[in-house]
Ligand binder design. Sequence first.
Ligand SMILES: NC(=O)CC[C@H](N)C(=O)O
Length: 354
Amino acid sequence: MSDAYLALEDGRVVEARGRAPGRTRGELVFTTAYTGYEESLTDPSYEEQVLTFSYPLIGNYGVRSERFESDRVHPRAAIAREFTEDVVEWLDEEGIPAIDHLDTRELVTSIREEGAMKCGIAVGPDATPEDAKEELAACKGMSEHVDIGAQVSVDEAEVYEGGSAATVALVDCGAKGSIIESLCDRDATVHVLPYDATPEDVEAVDPDVLFISNGPGDPKNFEAAESLVDAYLGDLPIAGICLGQQVVANALGGSTEKMAFGHRGVNQPVRDLDSGRVVMTTQNHGYTVGEPGDRLDVTQVNVNDGTAEGLANDELDVITRQYHPEANPGPHDSLDFFDEVLDMAPDTTVATSD
Ligand SMILES: NC(=O)CC[C@H](N)C(=O)O
């Protein structure tokens, strides 16, 4: 007898050990990151997903809130070969079901072969395979979460005073805290605006740069942010990270598409087409820019599959990244992106990056 069941879209029901109880559902994805479980579990981009860690032991250096990227856990459930007690206690307090003692190598291989798939989970002494299947039957596809921005964004504008180097309007589509920190560390003041901010909201903070954050789900469901990019193109420098890159591409006549199983990990190699330099990057995305459109150049590509990792329009002051230059978790090789963004602001002296 088992006390945890994972029902997969391909028809299988996998038995596991229940660590934190509950019933839930979501898109089943995996990350290959071998550190940074606190950052990943609090990354708002995992909203409505079930996160499988391919690294076998998760929790070996405890749980510290200083490392959180937001104020709650975002994946609907967590899966690992083995969770430590610290992580289990945290997930339990947060009401997030957790399961372990299953063959995560096999699970990851299935996702690689069949693509990210819907799943249902039931955990607890009375859980049955049918409960997990019921959850699966009620599971929506990522693109069907049409108002997912509302689940992860601030309700009202917030300000983070970093200094007077530049004023950034950061449209919060589910922003990681370390994006705000990376800007404040460079003496910028960051106004975090709701995901559905209007041009009036942007004008109220009179920014030097419009920045579209990372976030969960399908970028096509972030129409308000797309409209802002359209409204300010050419008037304000525009930057974006991850979902932000995708929103900018859609706004400038490009297109986005769903990937088979996405990029999630801390060692994705990215080549800068101008310098030829390759950096290791942190990634967490399931959509990608298919066509950049006529007004954006692809400046960086993924070495593994050639997907667009950086876009720019130098004349219009637009610069974006598909990966996470802020790291957390992962390598700091691309922190200079934030210097490049702030360099676009008029008349600023940018503090040196760490
Ligand atoms: N980290 C992100 O911003 C993710 C972007 C988008 N939700 C995707 O999955 O592609």
